[in-house]
Design a protein around this ligand. Structure first.
Ligand SMILES: *Cc1c(COP(=O)(O)O)cnc(C)c1O
Length: 388
C-alpha cells in the first residue's frame, strides 16, 4: 500500500524534477506586479489614495461579469459584509456547508448570526440542493414569506454555497429551493475566481458574493478580498460600510453608522491588477495539470481525481483526490506524500467538529463526514501545468 504512494510521489516530482519539495500552492508573480507596485511607491500612493483600487474593482467586475466589485482587506471581511448588506442580522440563522474553511462560519458569526450546517454533494463537494430541500421541508415554515426554523424560532435568512477548490455548486436547483423558501443566496466564491457554472461566472448567482486574494488563492493581492454584486444599491452600501461609513464632505468627519475600516490599500490593488491580467494563463496551466495528474492517477485502484461536472468549468484552484478508504488510509497517504517532498493536505476539519461550532444546529452530515476521511489536496501551482 505504501509503495503506491511513493510511486505517486515520484511521478509528481518528475513533473518538476529540479525541485526538492513541491508546495501545495505558490503565488506566481510573473507579470506586471513589479511595475505596478513600483508605480505606487514612486507616486507615494501606497495606502488609501491612488488609482489601482478603482482599476482593480473595474477589472474584477469586467472579468466576472458582475455589475460591481468592492475591494476589501480580505475574503473573510468580504463575506461578512456581503452577508450584512443582504440583511443578515443578529439572531438569524445562515445555512452553510460544514465542509468549508472556517472563514465561512466566522463571517456568519461576525454578523451575530448562527451558522446552521447542511450537507454537501459527493460530486460537486459543495451544498447538495436536494438534501437541502428535504431538510427545509422538515424544519422550515414560511411566516409571512419569512423562512423560520420551527425548532429554534429564528429566521433562516441566507444560504452560503461555497465553490469548493474551484468546483461550482449545482446552482440552478439550489436557486429553486431558495426561491421556494425565500432564502437569500450569498456565494462564498473565495476559491472560485475563474470558475463558471453553465457559462456564468461564479459569484453572479446569488444576491452578493465574496472572493479572496489571500496568498494561497488562485491570484493574490498579498491579502485581500472583494464583494461582488449585480445590485448597484448594495454595491454602494458595501463601499460605504467598508470605508468607515463616512459621508462624503470636503472636510468634516461625518459617519452615519458603525462602519468598518476594510478598504483594500492601493499597493495591494496594484498587485491585484497585475495578477488579474495573468489569471486566464494560470487557469489554462491548471487545467493542463489535471491531464498530467489524470495520467499518473488513473493506473491505480481506489483513487479518484476530481474533475468538472457537465455544467461546470472549474478553475482547478486546488487539485483534489478522493481515496477509497477500504484501500488507502488518509494518514498514511499524507505521511508518505509529504515525507517524499510532495506537499499534501487533508480537506478542512468539518466545522461541526470544531470547538467554536460544535453546538450549532445541523442537518444529517453523512457525506461531509465521509468525505473528511477521503479527500486530500495535492500540489496545484500553475507552473506545474507548464506546457513544455
Ligand atoms: C480563503 C477563504 C476564505 C477567506 O478568505 P481570506 O482572504 O483568507 O480571509 C473564505 N472562504 C473560503 C472557502 C476560503 O477558502
Amino acid at each position: 500500500m505504501m509503495d503506491i504512494w511513493v510511486d505517486v510521489a515520484n511521478k509528481i516530482k518528475n513533473i518538476h524534477p529540479d525541485k526538492e519539495f513541491i508546495p501545495l500552492h505558490e503565488p506566481t508573480l510573473d507579470g506586471n506586479e513589479k511595475k505596478y507596485v513600483n508605480d505606487c511607491i514612486e507616486a507615494g500612493w501606497v495606502s488609501s489614495v491612488g488609482k489601482y483600487v478603482d482599476q482593480f474593482e473595474r477589472s474584477l467586475a469586467e472579468y466576472t461579469g458582475v455589475k460591481r466589485a468592492v475591494a476589501v482587506v480580505n475574503g473573510t471581511a468580504a463575506l461578512q459584509v456581503a452577508l450584512k448588506i443582504v440583511g443578515v442580522q443578529p439572531e438569524d440563522e445562515v445555512l452553510i456547508p460544514s465542509l468549508t474553511f472556517i472563514a465561512t462560519g466566522n463571517a456568519v458569526s461576525y454578523c451575530g448570526a448562527t451558522p446552521h450546517f447542511v450537507d454537501v454533494s459527493r460530486t460537486t463537494l459543495g451544498l447538495d440542493p436536494h438534501k437541502l430541500e428535504k431538510y427545509l421541508k422538515e424544519i422550515a415554515v414560511l411566516n409571512d414569506k419569512v423562512c423560520v426554523n420551527k425548532y429554534s424560532g429564528n429566521i433562516i435568512r441566507a444560504v452560503v454555497p461555497m465553490h469548493t477548490f474551484g468546483h461550482p455548486v449545482d446552482m440552478d436547483p439550489l436557486i429553486e429551493v431558495c426561491n421556494l423558501y425565500n432564502i437569500t443566496i450569498v456565494e462564498d466564491a473565495a476559491e472560485s475566481l475563474g470558475s463558471f457554472y453553465k457559462g456564468i461566472h461564479t459569484g453572479n448567482l446569488g444576491k452578493a458574493s465574496a472572493v479572496s486574494f489571500n496568498g494561497n488563492k488562485i491570484i493574490t493581492t498579498g491579502g485581500g478580498g472583494a464583494i461582488l454584486t449585480n445590485d448597484e444599491t448594495l454595491a454602494d452600501y458595501a463601499k460605504h460600510l467598508t470605508t468607515t461609513a463616512k459621508v462624503p464632505h470636503q472636510w468634516d468627519y461625518v459617519h452615519d453608522e458603525v462602519g468598518y475600516n476594510y478598504r483594500m490599500p492601493n499597493i495591494n490593488a496594484a498587485l491585484g491588477c497585475a495578477q488579474l491580467e495573468k489569471l486566464d494563463n494560470y487557469i489554462e496551466k491548471k487545467r493542463h495539470l489535471v491531464e498530467k495528474y489524470e495520467q499518473i492517477i488513473s493506473v491505480y485502484d481506489g483513487i479518484e481525481l476530481f474533475k468538472d461536472q457537465s455544467f461546470s468549468k472549474s478553475n482547478y484552484w486546488l487539485q483534489t483526490l478522493a481515496i477509497d478508504e477500504q484501500k488507502h488510509n488518509k494518514e498514511n497517504v499524507l505521511e508518505t506524500l509529504n515525507h517524499n517532498g510532495i506537499m499534501s493536505r487533508p480537506v478542512w476539519t468539518p466545522l461541526h467538529k470544531l470547538k467554536p461550532y460544535k453546538d450549532c444546529p445541523k442537518s444529517d452530515l453523512s457525506i461531509t463526514d465521509d468525505l473528511f476521511y477521503r479527500i486530500i489536496n495535492i500540489p496545484s501551482s500553475p507552473y506545474l501545468g507548464d506546457i513544455k
